[in-house]
Design a binder for this molecule. Sequence first.
Ligand SMILES: Cc1cc2nc3c(=O)[nH]c(=O)nc-3n(C[C@H](O)[C@H](O)[C@H](O)COP(=O)(O)OP(=O)(O)OC[C@H]3O[C@@H](n4cnc5c(N)ncnc54)[C@H](O)[C@@H]3O)c2cc1C
Length: 493
Amino acid sequence: MRCQVIGSGFAGLSAASYLAKDGHEVDVYEKNSMAGGRARMFQAEGFTFDMGPSWYWMPDVFEKYYAAFDRKVPDFYDLRELDPGFRMYFGKGDVVDLPAGEAAILELFEQIETGAADKLRRFMKEAKEKYDVSMNDLVYKPGLSILEFVQPKVMSAALRMNLFGSFGKYVRRLFKDPRLIALMDFPVLFLGASSERTPALYSLMNYAGLYMGTWYPMGGMHEIIKGFVKIAEEQGVRIHTDSPVESIQVNQGRVSSLHIKGREIPVETLVATGDYHHMESLLPPAVRNYSEEYWDKRVMSPSSLLFYLGVDKKLQGLQHHTLFFDKSLEHHSTQIYDDPQWPDAPLFYACCPSMIDPSVAPTGKENLFLLVPVAAGLEDTPKVRERYYDMIMSRLERLTGQTIREHVIYKRSYAHRDFQADYHAYKGNAYGLANTLRQTAVLKPTLINKSLSNMLYAGQLTVPGPGVPPSIISGEMAAQYIKKNHARLAKGQ
Ligand SMILES: Cc1cc2nc3c(=O)[nH]c(=O)nc-3n(C[C@H](O)[C@H](O)[C@H](O)COP(=O)(O)OP(=O)(O)OC[C@H]3O[C@@H](n4cnc5c(N)ncnc54)[C@H](O)[C@@H]3O)c2cc1C
Protein backbone atom coordinates (compact mmCIF):
# COMPACT_ATOMS: atom_id res chain seq x y z
CA MET A 1 0.00 0.00 0.00
CA ARG A 2 1.15 3.62 -0.49
CA CYS A 3 0.99 5.89 2.56
CA GLN A 4 1.25 9.67 2.63
CA VAL A 5 2.31 11.50 5.79
CA ILE A 6 1.91 15.24 6.36
CA GLY A 7 4.64 16.71 8.58
CA SER A 8 8.17 15.64 9.45
CA GLY A 9 8.26 16.29 13.21
CA PHE A 10 8.82 13.40 15.60
CA ALA A 11 5.30 12.06 15.03
CA GLY A 12 5.55 12.16 11.24
CA LEU A 13 9.00 10.56 11.11
CA SER A 14 7.95 7.87 13.58
CA ALA A 15 4.71 7.03 11.71
CA ALA A 16 6.55 7.01 8.36
CA SER A 17 9.36 4.73 9.57
CA TYR A 18 7.02 2.19 11.19
CA LEU A 19 4.81 2.16 8.06
CA ALA A 20 7.81 1.63 5.78
CA LYS A 21 9.05 -1.15 8.06
CA ASP A 22 5.66 -2.81 7.61
CA GLY A 23 6.28 -2.86 3.87
CA HIS A 24 4.41 0.25 2.73
CA GLU A 25 5.71 2.80 0.26
CA VAL A 26 5.82 6.07 2.22
CA ASP A 27 6.09 9.74 1.25
CA VAL A 28 6.35 12.53 3.82
CA TYR A 29 5.30 16.07 2.81
CA GLU A 30 6.78 18.85 4.94
CA LYS A 31 6.06 22.56 4.47
CA ASN A 32 9.38 23.79 5.90
CA SER A 33 12.75 23.43 4.21
CA MET A 34 14.14 21.20 6.98
CA ALA A 35 12.73 18.09 8.70
CA GLY A 36 12.12 18.16 12.45
CA GLY A 37 9.09 20.38 13.05
CA ARG A 38 9.33 22.05 16.43
CA ALA A 39 12.68 20.29 16.93
CA ARG A 40 14.42 22.05 14.02
CA MET A 41 17.68 23.92 14.50
CA PHE A 42 19.36 26.92 12.88
CA GLN A 43 22.91 28.21 12.70
CA ALA A 44 24.06 31.81 12.93
CA GLU A 45 27.41 33.51 13.65
CA GLY A 46 29.02 30.18 14.54
CA PHE A 47 26.25 29.18 17.02
CA THR A 48 23.95 26.15 16.57
CA PHE A 49 20.56 26.72 18.19
CA ASP A 50 17.96 24.03 18.90
CA MET A 51 14.68 25.78 18.18
CA GLY A 52 12.33 23.86 20.50
CA PRO A 53 12.84 20.90 22.84
CA SER A 54 15.88 20.98 25.09
CA TRP A 55 15.03 18.43 27.85
CA TYR A 56 15.77 14.80 27.01
CA TRP A 57 13.58 12.88 29.43
CA MET A 58 12.25 9.29 29.33
CA PRO A 59 15.30 7.78 27.61
CA ASP A 60 13.52 4.40 27.58
CA VAL A 61 11.11 5.65 24.87
CA PHE A 62 13.99 6.59 22.56
CA GLU A 63 15.73 3.25 23.22
CA LYS A 64 12.54 1.34 22.42
CA TYR A 65 12.12 3.31 19.19
CA TYR A 66 15.66 2.65 17.99
CA ALA A 67 15.41 -1.04 18.98
CA ALA A 68 12.34 -1.42 16.73
CA PHE A 69 14.72 -0.65 13.83
CA ASP A 70 17.62 -2.73 15.22
CA ARG A 71 19.53 0.38 16.17
CA LYS A 72 20.84 1.84 19.42
CA VAL A 73 21.26 5.36 20.82
CA PRO A 74 25.10 5.41 20.25
CA ASP A 75 24.50 4.73 16.54
CA PHE A 76 23.28 8.33 16.34
CA TYR A 77 24.65 10.43 19.21
CA ASP A 78 26.67 10.50 22.39
CA LEU A 79 24.05 10.70 25.17
CA ARG A 80 25.24 12.15 28.49
CA GLU A 81 23.43 12.31 31.80
CA LEU A 82 23.51 15.80 33.30
CA ASP A 83 24.56 16.11 36.95
CA PRO A 84 23.06 18.28 38.27
CA GLY A 85 20.03 17.67 36.08
CA PHE A 86 19.00 21.29 36.53
CA ARG A 87 19.32 24.35 38.75
CA MET A 88 16.50 26.40 40.27
CA TYR A 89 16.83 30.02 41.43
CA PHE A 90 14.39 31.11 44.12
CA GLY A 91 16.14 34.44 44.74
CA LYS A 92 19.65 35.87 44.74
CA GLY A 93 21.90 33.28 46.41
CA ASP A 94 18.90 30.99 46.97
CA VAL A 95 19.74 28.17 44.58
CA VAL A 96 18.89 24.46 44.50
CA ASP A 97 20.67 22.03 42.16
CA LEU A 98 18.86 18.76 41.50
CA PRO A 99 21.54 16.04 41.54
CA ALA A 100 21.39 12.88 39.41
CA GLY A 101 20.43 9.64 41.18
CA GLU A 102 17.87 8.64 43.79
CA ALA A 103 20.17 8.64 46.85
CA ALA A 104 21.44 12.18 46.21
CA ILE A 105 17.92 13.48 45.55
CA LEU A 106 16.63 11.97 48.81
CA GLU A 107 19.51 13.62 50.68
CA LEU A 108 18.70 16.99 49.09
CA PHE A 109 15.02 16.74 50.10
CA GLU A 110 15.93 15.85 53.70
CA GLN A 111 18.36 18.80 53.89
CA ILE A 112 15.62 21.18 52.79
CA GLU A 113 12.81 19.76 54.96
CA THR A 114 13.09 17.25 57.80
CA GLY A 115 11.11 14.10 56.99
CA ALA A 116 10.85 14.98 53.27
CA ALA A 117 13.09 12.08 52.16
CA ASP A 118 10.65 9.50 53.51
CA LYS A 119 7.71 11.26 51.91
CA LEU A 120 9.53 11.45 48.59
CA ARG A 121 10.39 7.74 48.82
CA ARG A 122 6.68 6.90 49.21
CA PHE A 123 5.64 9.38 46.52
CA MET A 124 8.16 7.96 44.04
CA LYS A 125 7.21 4.34 44.76
CA GLU A 126 3.70 5.18 43.63
CA ALA A 127 4.93 7.43 40.78
CA LYS A 128 7.09 4.58 39.46
CA GLU A 129 4.13 2.23 39.53
CA LYS A 130 2.07 4.82 37.62
CA TYR A 131 4.91 5.19 35.12
CA ASP A 132 5.18 1.42 34.61
CA VAL A 133 1.42 0.90 34.28
CA SER A 134 1.18 3.88 31.91
CA MET A 135 4.06 2.83 29.69
CA ASN A 136 3.05 -0.84 29.61
CA ASP A 137 -0.73 -0.64 29.61
CA LEU A 138 -1.96 2.88 28.81
CA VAL A 139 0.25 5.06 26.66
CA TYR A 140 0.71 2.60 23.79
CA LYS A 141 -3.06 2.48 23.21
CA PRO A 142 -4.82 4.34 20.40
CA GLY A 143 -7.29 5.91 22.86
CA LEU A 144 -10.28 5.00 20.69
CA SER A 145 -12.39 3.41 23.44
CA ILE A 146 -12.57 3.55 27.21
CA LEU A 147 -12.55 -0.28 27.12
CA GLU A 148 -8.86 -0.18 26.22
CA PHE A 149 -8.24 0.91 29.80
CA VAL A 150 -10.49 -1.64 31.49
CA GLN A 151 -7.83 -4.16 32.41
CA PRO A 152 -7.19 -5.75 35.81
CA LYS A 153 -3.76 -4.13 36.27
CA VAL A 154 -5.01 -0.66 35.35
CA MET A 155 -8.20 -0.92 37.40
CA SER A 156 -6.30 -2.15 40.44
CA ALA A 157 -3.80 0.72 40.13
CA ALA A 158 -6.67 3.20 39.73
CA LEU A 159 -8.38 1.95 42.88
CA ARG A 160 -5.23 1.92 45.02
CA MET A 161 -3.62 5.13 43.87
CA ASN A 162 -4.72 8.70 43.72
CA LEU A 163 -5.02 9.09 39.93
CA PHE A 164 -7.71 11.66 39.36
CA GLY A 165 -7.35 14.05 42.30
CA SER A 166 -5.45 17.31 41.86
CA PHE A 167 -1.68 16.87 41.49
CA GLY A 168 -1.11 20.28 43.10
CA LYS A 169 -3.09 19.39 46.25
CA TYR A 170 -1.40 15.99 46.47
CA VAL A 171 2.07 17.58 46.48
CA ARG A 172 1.11 20.31 48.94
CA ARG A 173 -0.22 17.73 51.43
CA LEU A 174 3.21 16.07 51.45
CA PHE A 175 5.68 18.96 51.29
CA LYS A 176 5.62 22.37 52.92
CA ASP A 177 8.85 24.05 51.81
CA PRO A 178 8.02 26.22 48.75
CA ARG A 179 11.25 25.12 47.05
CA LEU A 180 10.28 21.44 47.26
CA ILE A 181 6.77 22.25 46.03
CA ALA A 182 8.27 24.11 43.04
CA LEU A 183 10.63 21.20 42.35
CA MET A 184 7.72 18.77 42.33
CA ASP A 185 5.39 21.05 40.34
CA PHE A 186 7.90 21.77 37.62
CA PRO A 187 7.83 18.40 35.76
CA VAL A 188 4.04 18.58 35.36
CA LEU A 189 4.35 22.13 34.02
CA PHE A 190 5.82 20.33 31.01
CA LEU A 191 2.38 18.89 30.47
CA GLY A 192 1.12 22.37 29.93
CA ALA A 193 -1.36 22.80 32.74
CA SER A 194 -1.33 24.27 36.21
CA SER A 195 -0.49 21.64 38.82
CA GLU A 196 -3.87 22.32 40.46
CA ARG A 197 -5.71 21.15 37.32
CA THR A 198 -3.38 18.30 36.41
CA PRO A 199 -4.61 14.86 37.54
CA ALA A 200 -2.36 13.15 40.09
CA LEU A 201 -1.88 10.36 37.54
CA TYR A 202 0.83 12.60 36.10
CA SER A 203 3.05 12.32 39.16
CA LEU A 204 4.58 9.69 36.86
CA MET A 205 6.33 12.70 35.28
CA ASN A 206 8.17 13.30 38.56
CA TYR A 207 9.50 9.78 38.38
CA ALA A 208 10.48 10.35 34.74
CA GLY A 209 11.94 13.83 35.26
CA LEU A 210 13.68 13.48 38.62
CA TYR A 211 14.58 9.79 39.00
CA MET A 212 15.15 8.66 35.39
CA GLY A 213 17.49 11.57 34.84
CA THR A 214 17.97 14.51 32.50
CA TRP A 215 20.04 13.63 29.46
CA TYR A 216 21.65 15.51 26.57
CA PRO A 217 22.67 14.33 23.11
CA MET A 218 26.04 15.94 22.30
CA GLY A 219 25.65 18.18 19.26
CA GLY A 220 22.15 19.23 20.39
CA MET A 221 18.59 17.92 20.36
CA HIS A 222 18.49 18.13 16.58
CA GLU A 223 20.88 15.17 16.52
CA ILE A 224 17.83 13.07 17.47
CA ILE A 225 15.98 14.34 14.38
CA LYS A 226 19.02 13.50 12.24
CA GLY A 227 18.87 9.94 13.65
CA PHE A 228 15.13 9.72 12.95
CA VAL A 229 15.62 10.96 9.36
CA LYS A 230 18.40 8.40 8.87
CA ILE A 231 16.17 5.57 10.07
CA ALA A 232 13.30 6.77 7.86
CA GLU A 233 15.53 6.93 4.79
CA GLU A 234 17.03 3.52 5.56
CA GLN A 235 13.46 2.17 5.59
CA GLY A 236 12.89 3.71 2.15
CA VAL A 237 10.77 6.72 3.22
CA ARG A 238 10.92 9.69 0.83
CA ILE A 239 10.88 13.05 2.64
CA HIS A 240 9.75 16.00 0.51
CA THR A 241 10.61 19.32 2.17
CA ASP A 242 9.24 22.70 0.93
CA SER A 243 5.99 20.84 0.23
CA PRO A 244 3.11 22.58 2.03
CA VAL A 245 -0.18 20.72 1.76
CA GLU A 246 -2.69 23.40 0.77
CA SER A 247 -5.85 21.27 0.77
CA ILE A 248 -7.00 17.67 1.20
CA GLN A 249 -9.50 16.45 -1.42
CA VAL A 250 -12.11 13.85 -0.50
CA ASN A 251 -14.36 11.58 -2.50
CA GLN A 252 -17.00 9.11 -1.26
CA GLY A 253 -15.87 8.85 2.32
CA ARG A 254 -12.17 8.70 1.55
CA VAL A 255 -9.25 11.09 1.10
CA SER A 256 -8.47 11.09 -2.61
CA SER A 257 -5.56 13.54 -3.01
CA LEU A 258 -3.41 16.32 -1.57
CA HIS A 259 -2.84 19.67 -3.25
CA ILE A 260 0.74 20.85 -3.02
CA LYS A 261 1.98 23.87 -5.00
CA GLY A 262 -0.37 23.24 -7.95
CA ARG A 263 0.28 19.48 -8.01
CA GLU A 264 -2.29 16.84 -7.12
CA ILE A 265 -0.82 13.91 -5.18
CA PRO A 266 -3.08 10.81 -5.08
CA VAL A 267 -3.64 9.38 -1.59
CA GLU A 268 -4.16 5.78 -0.52
CA THR A 269 -3.80 6.18 3.26
CA LEU A 270 -3.07 9.50 4.95
CA VAL A 271 -1.47 10.24 8.34
CA ALA A 272 -1.76 13.96 9.14
CA THR A 273 0.74 14.99 11.82
CA GLY A 274 0.70 18.78 11.51
CA ASP A 275 -1.25 20.67 14.19
CA TYR A 276 -4.65 18.95 14.39
CA HIS A 277 -6.78 22.09 14.01
CA HIS A 278 -4.84 23.11 10.89
CA MET A 279 -4.97 19.59 9.39
CA GLU A 280 -8.77 19.68 9.78
CA SER A 281 -8.97 23.14 8.21
CA LEU A 282 -7.57 21.61 4.98
CA LEU A 283 -10.66 19.34 4.77
CA PRO A 284 -14.20 20.26 3.68
CA PRO A 285 -16.13 21.25 6.87
CA ALA A 286 -18.55 18.30 6.63
CA VAL A 287 -15.81 15.72 7.19
CA ARG A 288 -13.91 17.45 10.01
CA ASN A 289 -13.97 15.68 13.38
CA TYR A 290 -14.36 18.88 15.39
CA SER A 291 -15.97 22.32 15.05
CA GLU A 292 -14.40 25.73 15.70
CA GLU A 293 -16.45 25.89 18.95
CA TYR A 294 -14.85 22.64 20.07
CA TRP A 295 -11.36 24.04 19.53
CA ASP A 296 -12.21 27.32 21.17
CA LYS A 297 -13.22 25.45 24.34
CA ARG A 298 -9.98 23.43 24.58
CA VAL A 299 -7.44 24.34 27.25
CA MET A 300 -4.29 24.98 25.25
CA SER A 301 -0.90 24.44 26.82
CA PRO A 302 1.16 27.63 26.83
CA SER A 303 2.89 29.27 23.96
CA SER A 304 6.44 30.50 24.56
CA LEU A 305 8.38 33.68 24.06
CA LEU A 306 11.88 32.56 23.13
CA PHE A 307 15.21 34.31 22.72
CA TYR A 308 18.15 32.61 20.98
CA LEU A 309 21.26 34.47 22.09
CA GLY A 310 24.94 34.27 21.22
CA VAL A 311 27.08 35.64 24.06
CA ASP A 312 30.72 36.63 23.55
CA LYS A 313 31.99 35.42 26.95
CA LYS A 314 31.61 32.44 29.28
CA LEU A 315 28.80 32.82 31.83
CA GLN A 316 28.75 32.14 35.57
CA GLY A 317 25.94 30.94 37.83
CA LEU A 318 24.10 28.88 35.22
CA GLN A 319 23.83 25.16 34.64
CA HIS A 320 22.90 23.53 31.34
CA HIS A 321 19.25 23.94 32.46
CA THR A 322 18.39 26.76 34.89
CA LEU A 323 14.87 27.64 36.04
CA PHE A 324 14.13 31.08 37.43
CA PHE A 325 11.42 30.55 40.05
CA ASP A 326 12.11 33.78 41.92
CA LYS A 327 8.52 34.97 41.33
CA SER A 328 5.17 33.38 42.23
CA LEU A 329 4.37 30.23 40.26
CA GLU A 330 0.66 30.50 41.17
CA HIS A 331 0.42 34.08 39.88
CA HIS A 332 2.17 33.24 36.62
CA SER A 333 -0.06 30.15 36.18
CA THR A 334 -3.19 32.30 36.65
CA GLN A 335 -2.01 34.64 33.90
CA ILE A 336 -1.52 31.68 31.57
CA TYR A 337 -4.69 29.65 32.24
CA ASP A 338 -7.37 31.53 34.20
CA ASP A 339 -6.98 35.10 33.05
CA PRO A 340 -4.77 34.86 29.92
CA GLN A 341 -2.57 37.94 29.53
CA TRP A 342 1.08 38.88 29.20
CA PRO A 343 2.44 38.04 32.68
CA ASP A 344 3.65 40.90 34.89
CA ALA A 345 6.21 38.79 36.78
CA PRO A 346 6.94 35.66 34.75
CA LEU A 347 9.03 32.66 35.66
CA PHE A 348 11.50 31.82 32.92
CA TYR A 349 13.96 29.16 31.86
CA ALA A 350 17.52 29.42 30.53
CA CYS A 351 19.26 26.68 28.56
CA CYS A 352 22.99 26.97 28.05
CA PRO A 353 24.13 23.81 26.20
CA SER A 354 27.57 25.29 25.44
CA MET A 355 28.40 24.76 29.14
CA ILE A 356 29.02 21.10 28.31
CA ASP A 357 28.97 20.99 24.51
CA PRO A 358 31.70 23.00 22.72
CA SER A 359 30.21 22.21 19.30
CA VAL A 360 27.21 24.57 19.72
CA ALA A 361 29.16 27.85 20.22
CA PRO A 362 32.52 29.29 19.11
CA THR A 363 35.37 28.93 21.65
CA GLY A 364 35.01 31.21 24.65
CA LYS A 365 31.39 32.05 23.82
CA GLU A 366 28.04 30.85 25.12
CA ASN A 367 24.86 29.60 23.42
CA LEU A 368 21.94 30.84 25.51
CA PHE A 369 18.26 30.08 24.98
CA LEU A 370 15.68 31.89 27.13
CA LEU A 371 12.05 30.75 27.35
CA VAL A 372 9.09 32.50 28.98
CA PRO A 373 5.88 30.38 29.08
CA VAL A 374 2.94 32.61 28.11
CA ALA A 375 -0.74 32.02 27.31
CA ALA A 376 -1.62 30.94 23.77
CA GLY A 377 -3.62 33.44 21.70
CA LEU A 378 -2.01 36.68 22.99
CA GLU A 379 -1.18 39.62 20.75
CA ASP A 380 2.49 39.26 19.92
CA THR A 381 4.31 42.43 18.80
CA PRO A 382 8.01 43.39 18.53
CA LYS A 383 7.46 45.96 21.30
CA VAL A 384 6.07 43.36 23.73
CA ARG A 385 8.93 40.98 22.97
CA GLU A 386 11.48 43.71 23.67
CA ARG A 387 9.79 44.61 26.98
CA TYR A 388 10.13 40.97 28.11
CA TYR A 389 13.70 40.76 26.89
CA ASP A 390 14.60 43.74 29.09
CA MET A 391 12.66 42.36 32.04
CA ILE A 392 14.17 38.89 32.08
CA MET A 393 17.66 40.02 31.08
CA SER A 394 17.72 42.36 34.10
CA ARG A 395 16.64 39.51 36.39
CA LEU A 396 19.13 37.11 34.83
CA GLU A 397 21.97 39.62 35.33
CA ARG A 398 20.95 40.42 38.90
CA LEU A 399 20.41 36.82 40.03
CA THR A 400 23.60 35.46 38.46
CA GLY A 401 25.63 38.58 39.36
CA GLN A 402 27.15 39.48 35.97
CA THR A 403 26.60 41.67 32.91
CA ILE A 404 25.24 39.78 29.93
CA ARG A 405 23.23 42.22 27.79
CA GLU A 406 26.27 44.07 26.43
CA HIS A 407 27.89 40.74 25.53
CA VAL A 408 25.03 39.56 23.34
CA ILE A 409 26.41 39.39 19.80
CA TYR A 410 23.52 37.48 18.23
CA LYS A 411 19.82 37.74 19.12
CA ARG A 412 16.66 36.29 17.61
CA SER A 413 13.23 36.23 19.21
CA TYR A 414 10.41 33.75 18.50
CA ALA A 415 6.78 33.66 19.72
CA HIS A 416 3.11 33.20 18.73
CA ARG A 417 3.40 34.73 15.25
CA ASP A 418 6.34 32.46 14.43
CA PHE A 419 4.56 29.34 15.74
CA GLN A 420 1.63 30.24 13.50
CA ALA A 421 3.74 30.99 10.44
CA ASP A 422 6.09 28.01 10.81
CA TYR A 423 3.67 25.29 12.01
CA HIS A 424 0.12 26.70 11.57
CA ALA A 425 -0.11 26.40 15.36
CA TYR A 426 -3.64 27.06 16.67
CA LYS A 427 -3.51 30.29 18.73
CA GLY A 428 0.27 30.15 18.36
CA ASN A 429 0.55 27.26 20.86
CA ALA A 430 3.94 25.68 21.49
CA TYR A 431 3.07 22.31 23.05
CA GLY A 432 -0.47 21.50 21.91
CA LEU A 433 -3.24 20.76 24.39
CA ALA A 434 -2.91 20.90 28.15
CA ASN A 435 -3.12 17.50 29.88
CA THR A 436 -6.13 18.25 32.05
CA LEU A 437 -8.42 15.41 33.14
CA ARG A 438 -10.97 16.34 30.46
CA GLN A 439 -8.27 16.23 27.80
CA THR A 440 -6.65 12.90 28.68
CA ALA A 441 -6.68 9.56 26.75
CA VAL A 442 -10.08 8.98 25.07
CA LEU A 443 -10.99 12.62 25.75
CA LYS A 444 -8.21 13.92 23.49
CA PRO A 445 -8.84 14.67 19.79
CA THR A 446 -9.05 11.22 18.28
CA LEU A 447 -6.46 9.41 16.16
CA ILE A 448 -8.90 8.54 13.37
CA ASN A 449 -11.08 10.66 11.10
CA LYS A 450 -14.65 9.57 11.81
CA SER A 451 -15.93 10.32 8.27
CA LEU A 452 -12.96 9.34 6.13
CA SER A 453 -11.93 5.70 6.28
CA ASN A 454 -8.33 6.25 5.12
CA MET A 455 -7.28 9.24 7.25
CA LEU A 456 -5.54 9.27 10.64
CA TYR A 457 -3.98 11.96 12.78
CA ALA A 458 -0.83 11.79 14.90
CA GLY A 459 1.27 14.26 16.84
CA GLN A 460 1.25 16.23 20.03
CA LEU A 461 -2.43 17.26 19.79
CA THR A 462 -3.77 13.71 19.80
CA VAL A 463 -2.94 10.69 22.02
CA PRO A 464 -0.88 10.36 24.13
CA GLY A 465 -0.06 14.10 24.27
CA PRO A 466 2.61 16.81 24.13
CA GLY A 467 6.37 16.29 24.38
CA VAL A 468 8.94 14.46 22.27
CA PRO A 469 8.42 10.93 23.72
CA PRO A 470 4.59 11.08 23.41
CA SER A 471 4.85 12.42 19.83
CA ILE A 472 7.09 9.48 18.90
CA ILE A 473 4.55 7.09 20.45
CA SER A 474 1.70 8.84 18.64
CA GLY A 475 3.30 8.13 15.25
CA GLU A 476 3.71 4.49 16.25
CA MET A 477 0.02 4.31 17.28
CA ALA A 478 -1.09 5.58 13.86
CA ALA A 479 1.13 3.04 12.08
CA GLN A 480 -0.18 0.25 14.32
CA TYR A 481 -3.79 1.19 13.52
CA ILE A 482 -2.98 0.96 9.80
CA LYS A 483 -1.30 -2.40 10.35
CA LYS A 484 -4.37 -3.78 12.15
CA ASN A 485 -6.77 -2.43 9.53
CA HIS A 486 -4.55 -3.12 6.54
CA ALA A 487 -6.90 -5.55 4.80
CA ARG A 488 -9.81 -3.10 4.95
CA LEU A 489 -7.68 -0.09 3.94
CA ALA A 490 -6.03 -1.98 1.03
CA LYS A 491 -9.50 -2.80 -0.35
CA GLY A 492 -10.30 0.92 -0.28
CA GLN A 493 -13.04 0.52 2.36
C1 LIG B 1 9.82 25.88 22.63
C2 LIG B 1 9.50 24.43 22.84
C3 LIG B 1 10.15 23.72 23.82
C4 LIG B 1 9.86 22.37 24.02
N1 LIG B 1 10.57 21.70 24.96
C5 LIG B 1 10.42 20.35 25.05
C6 LIG B 1 11.34 19.60 25.83
O1 LIG B 1 12.27 20.16 26.41
N2 LIG B 1 11.19 18.24 25.88
C7 LIG B 1 10.17 17.60 25.19
O2 LIG B 1 10.07 16.37 25.27
N3 LIG B 1 9.30 18.31 24.43
C8 LIG B 1 9.43 19.65 24.32
N4 LIG B 1 8.62 20.37 23.48
C9 LIG B 1 7.50 19.69 22.82
C10 LIG B 1 7.96 18.90 21.60
O3 LIG B 1 8.91 19.64 20.87
C11 LIG B 1 6.76 18.60 20.72
O4 LIG B 1 5.74 17.97 21.50
C12 LIG B 1 7.08 17.68 19.54
O5 LIG B 1 8.27 18.06 18.91
C13 LIG B 1 5.90 17.71 18.57
O6 LIG B 1 6.13 16.87 17.48
P1 LIG B 1 5.01 16.69 16.37
O7 LIG B 1 5.57 15.81 15.34
O8 LIG B 1 3.73 16.30 17.01
O9 LIG B 1 4.73 18.17 15.80
P2 LIG B 1 5.67 19.18 15.01
O10 LIG B 1 7.06 19.10 15.48
O11 LIG B 1 5.00 20.50 15.08
O12 LIG B 1 5.64 18.64 13.51
C14 LIG B 1 4.56 18.88 12.65
C15 LIG B 1 5.13 19.18 11.28
O13 LIG B 1 4.04 19.36 10.37
C16 LIG B 1 4.42 20.37 9.44
N5 LIG B 1 3.22 20.92 8.81
C17 LIG B 1 2.23 21.64 9.40
N6 LIG B 1 1.30 21.98 8.47
C18 LIG B 1 1.72 21.46 7.29
C19 LIG B 1 1.18 21.46 5.99
N7 LIG B 1 0.03 22.07 5.70
N8 LIG B 1 1.87 20.82 5.01
C20 LIG B 1 3.04 20.18 5.27
N9 LIG B 1 3.59 20.17 6.50
C21 LIG B 1 2.93 20.77 7.51
C22 LIG B 1 5.14 21.37 10.31
O14 LIG B 1 5.95 22.23 9.54
C23 LIG B 1 5.95 20.46 11.22
O15 LIG B 1 7.21 20.18 10.67
C24 LIG B 1 8.88 21.72 23.24
C25 LIG B 1 8.22 22.43 22.24
C26 LIG B 1 8.53 23.77 22.03
C27 LIG B 1 7.83 24.50 20.92
